[in-house]
Design a protein around this ligand. Structure first.
Ligand code: GAR
Length: 209
């Protein structure tokens, strides 16, 4: 049966757009993005949802007393919308175990580096690429993984490497990694999930035929 997908965003939403484009191309067959949740109002990702006729909601952390209260509302919203798969696509608000426990092996995140490099607390957005350039790595890339309580440590679904160039800035590296890796492997991972092809065993993901 088709799955109902929620995409959680905090910014420009280019990864959300890659998912919308994949859906329009029929990549998810009868599965569908039915909800976009933004962590703040006015982000361009919400425009993308509107343009694609996808329902959206804004849940701001500052409107809640603590992470637990925020996470409860988020979980309730996902459940009320019968969501099967939660995609964190540049979602930068911290959530707690209530959400993870409600969606075991059903929350996926895109990270703009090859985990376990340049990941964990503080590594998000351009900071990730600044750290990669500061280290002088010759390849970086992107990782899609299941989300578990430990930040960026969940089972890895897909990874794609991207060459670093000598004259890269954090911005040029970010752009190349998005284009060559993120916008490809995120829709691919969603497709595999929707086709029930992902199995997690001993913290590793096995991909079925
Ligand atoms: C993407 O590069 C994503 O990998 C990154 O934020 C960006 C969001 O861009 N996520 C993280 O750094 C998570 N730790 P987008 O809003 O255009 O998709």
């Amino acid at each position: 049966m088709g799955k109902r997908i929620a995409v959680l965003v905090s910014g420009g939403g280019t990864n959300l757009q890659a998912l919308i484009d994949a859906q329009n191309e029929g990549m998810f067959s009868d599965s569908k993005i039915t909800l976009v949740i933004a962590s703040k109002p006015g982000v361009y990702a919400l425009e993308r949802a509107k343009n694609a006729d996808i329902a959206s909601a804004v849940l701001c952390r500052k409107d809640y007393a603590d992470i637990a209260a925020y996470s409860k509302t988020l979980t309730d919203t996902l459940k009320a919308n019968n969501i099967d798969l939660v995609v964190l696509a540049g979602f930068l608000t911290i959530i707690d175990e209530q959400v993870y426990e409600a969606y075991p092996n059903a929350i996926i995140n895109i990270h703009p580096a090859l985990i376990p490099s340049f990941c964990g607390k503080g590594y998000y957005g351009l900071h990730v690429h600044e750290a990669a350039l500061a280290k002088g790595v010759k390849v970086s890339g992107a990782t899609v993984h299941f989300v578990t309580p430990e930040c960026d440590a969940g089972p890895i679904i897909l990874q794609k490497a991207v060459a670093v160039q000598q004259n890269d800035t954090p911005e040029t590296l970010q752009e190349r990694i998005m284009k060559e890796a993120e916008w490809k492997i995120l829709p691919e991972a969603v497709k595999l999930f929707c086709e029930d092809k992902l199995t997690v065993k001993n913290n590793k993901v096995y991909i079925g035929e």
